[in-house]
Design a protein around this ligand. Sequence first.
Ligand SMILES: NC(=O)c1ccc[n+]([C@@H]2O[C@H](COP(=O)([O-])OP(=O)(O)OC[C@H]3O[C@@H](n4cnc5c(N)ncnc54)[C@H](O)[C@@H]3O)[C@@H](O)[C@H]2O)c1
Length: 261
Amino acid sequence: MDNNKRLLNKKAIVTGGAQGIGAGIVKRLYQEGVEIIIADLKKDVAEKLINELDNNKGQINFFEVDVSDEEKIINLFNFTKNKWGQLDILINNAGIEEGYLIKDQTYEKYKKTININMNASFLTSKYSLSLFEKSGGGRIVNITSIQGIKGYKGNIAYNTAKGGLINMTRVLAVELAEKNILVNSVAPGFINTPMAIMKDGVFEGDTDWFKDVYMKYEKLPIGRYGQPDDIAGAVYFFCSKDSKYVTGQTLLVDGGVSSTF
Ligand SMILES: NC(=O)c1ccc[n+]([C@@H]2O[C@H](COP(=O)([O-])OP(=O)(O)OC[C@H]3O[C@@H](n4cnc5c(N)ncnc54)[C@H](O)[C@@H]3O)[C@@H](O)[C@H]2O)c1
């Protein structure tokens, strides 16, 4: 049984791991034998997941944190240091999407989106270094977006943050290779999570415009909305021995949507 757990006893932090894509990543890493700290704002949601997956046996833990708050990030890594004394995997997944046209975008809300979606990965990467050193290296995986490689109308802060995160991935890869830390990112397309529920409560995949543009006119070659486990598989690859010569890369996991026009 344990032979199937290819990351047995590795230690991972998953930000935003309470729900959606993060929960999919937690589930996959858990199945591979990883010990996990979910770093999220949503205590109740995370505890429900931990209960379902692990029946509170201690393989998955929760730490409440706002990833855009430097002091809270320092607390997270102090907690991790006391618990494990080392770290093997850091998944920077927490994110928010609040889209506005530039004419309607306040600077405060713009900065909030940039802080959570981009600057948080700077903070977690910076404060994780000494714990990675104790492990002799490790893996960082940033969850960016296909919106980080193209411009999407009405989403300037999110697109800018995700684009910045793709280049932060390259810089970290270049700087941290000598420490045996490999850094890559995964850029999801349309994934069915709470983030895909629109302001009016409707799931984006059920809207007429989505069905028209992406299904009828075949802009989504694989022809279905993505699921969190589609992303978790790519994240697992970047945490596994199979990617030992890969760093600085961004893998688009989007059903082919970015390959057509
Ligand atoms: N769902 C998609 O279609 C999609 C597409 C591309 C990229 N992404 C990216 O994938 C990641 C996960 O998205 P999701 O769809 O699962 O979203 P989600 O809203 O379902 O989950 C996001 C999680 O992040 C947590 N979070 C938000 N702000 C936080 C903060 N300041 N501090 C700590 N935790 C915080 C939330 O509590 C939640 O648990 C995000 O970075 C998102 O931008 C999602």
